[in-house]
Design a protein around this ligand. Structure first.
Ligand SMILES: CCCCCCCCCCCCC[C@@H](O)CC(=O)SCCNC(=O)CCNC(=O)[C@H](O)C(C)(C)COP(=O)(O)OP(=O)(O)OC[C@H]1O[C@@H](n2cnc3c(N)ncnc32)[C@H](O)[C@@H]1OP(=O)(O)O
Length: 332
């Protein structure tokens, strides 16, 4: 039994004093040890029925040649070999710890990668199904109803197109968070450009719903997407189908300018409707005039569209070159 324990470190000397019941009955025990190198003055201890465990920390990490300054160790001092560590043991322990840490972080990384892949795969699948439905539906209707089908594209297709295009906003986030290796800006241009057309130009004007231009815009958009999304889906499994890759990086060459042209026609057709209906026009104070028509914004948008066309065609051209260059190098 230990009591009245006094432990301290002063001037690098550990001083211990306690009363206890030992082999020779009740006694006062004390010792002092001067350490080989500086230790921290803070000391902690734990006392049990059998022993007192004292913990002293070295001032600086490192290996000491011995524990105390005296070369001869006092008779009462003996190492506890259960807790003894020499340099090689410590190195093995450090290496083992590092190995375990690396393994744990690799596990975490693998978990994240498979979660990301699963998420991208599901996203691409949903988009693929959506755009396939649009493309097949429009094609079948074109065959069955001929020219008439051009006039009711909006009524039959717009809900699914709204859904797919709204969901496509996720692609900007994917790029921004680095989930996919691409620039945020081209994706932002692509997604916001299309959403402007579908929600503002088509969505807000009933007069536009029956325009054949809706057919051309939707058909051109979906034609590329039924190729692009399956290409990404295969990419999620590090697989590729050469024909699909070629189509993904080639079809945009005719489709993109045609798509922008169709969108520009839609914007131009909508201008007079916005002027007549005064929809989204900005009211002005009476002494200046009545209002600023939304058609001014549309004129600015037409310019931005061709700027967007230039930026994205350049981006897609670079992606195409990168894709086919890597492929050639891999083949060598
Ligand atoms: C800031 C405000 C702006 C205001 C707007 C101003 C005006 C805007 C005007 C815009 C005009 C738009 C016109 C447009 O609507 C017309 C048409 O679309 S017509 C139809 C033809 N269109 C197309 O061909 C374009 C289709 N879209 C795209 O290609 C992309 O959206 C685009 C961002 C343009 C390019 O895609 P990305 O940069 O991602 O290139 P990659 O496909 O090569 O992908 C790069 C790597 O990332 C991997 N990736 C990408 N996405 C995914 C995914 N969802 N899941 C899995 N992996 C993905 C891909 O595999 C590549 O990796 P790797 O190289 O390892 O294979």
């Amino acid at each position: 039994l230990n009591n009245n324990i006094a432990v301290c470190v002063q001037e690098n000397i550990l001083r211990f004093r306690a009363q206890g019941h030992g082999a020779k009955g009740q006694n006062e025990y004390e010792f002092s040890l001067e350490f080989f190198l500086p230790v921290k003055p803070e000391v902690s201890y734990k006392s049990t029925q059998r022993q007192v465990n004292i913990t002293v920390h070295k001032e600086q990490r490192g290996w000491w040649d011995r524990l105390i300054v005296q070369e001869r160790k006092p008779a009462f001092l003996a190492p506890d070999f259960d807790r003894w560590l020499d340099e090689s043991d410590a190195e093995t322990e450090i290496r083992e710890k590092e190995r375990r840490r690396l393994k744990a972080s690799r596990h975490k990384e693998e978990g994240f990668v498979s979660l990301k892949t699963g998420y991208l795969f599901v996203y691409n699948l949903v988009q693929f199904l959506g755009f396939s439905w649009i493309f097949v539906n429009m094609t079948v209707r074109l065959f069955i109803f001929g020219k008439d089908s051009l006039y009711d594209t909006f009524h039959t297709i717009s809900d699914v197109m709204f859904f797919c295009q709204l969901l496509a906003a996720v692609e900007v986030l994917n790029a921004a968070f680095g989930f996919v290796k691409t620039g945020v800006f081209p994706t932002l241009i692509q997604v916001s450009g299309r959403n402007f057309i579908i929600f503002v130009v088509f969505g807000s004007l009933e007069e536009m719903h029956r325009q054949p231009v809706v057919f051309f815009v939707f058909y051109l958009w979906s034609a590329i997407e039924i190729v692009r999304y399956p290409y990404y889906m295969l990419g999620c499994f590090n697989t590729e189908w050469k024909t699909l890759t070629w189509l993904r990086y080639t079809m945009w060459i005719p489709l993109y300018p045609l798509g922008v042209l169709a969108e520009a026609v839609a914007v131009i057709q909508s201008i007079h409707i916005f002027d007549e209906t005064k929809l989204f026009s900005i009211p002005l104070p009476k002494n200046i005039g009545t209002s600023i028509s939304f058609s001014y914004i549309l004129h600015i948008y037409l310019v931005l569209m061709f700027l967007g066309l230039f930026i994205n065609v350049r981006h897609l051209y670079k992606q195409r070159k990168r894709r086919f260059r890597t492929k050639k190098r891999k083949a060598n």
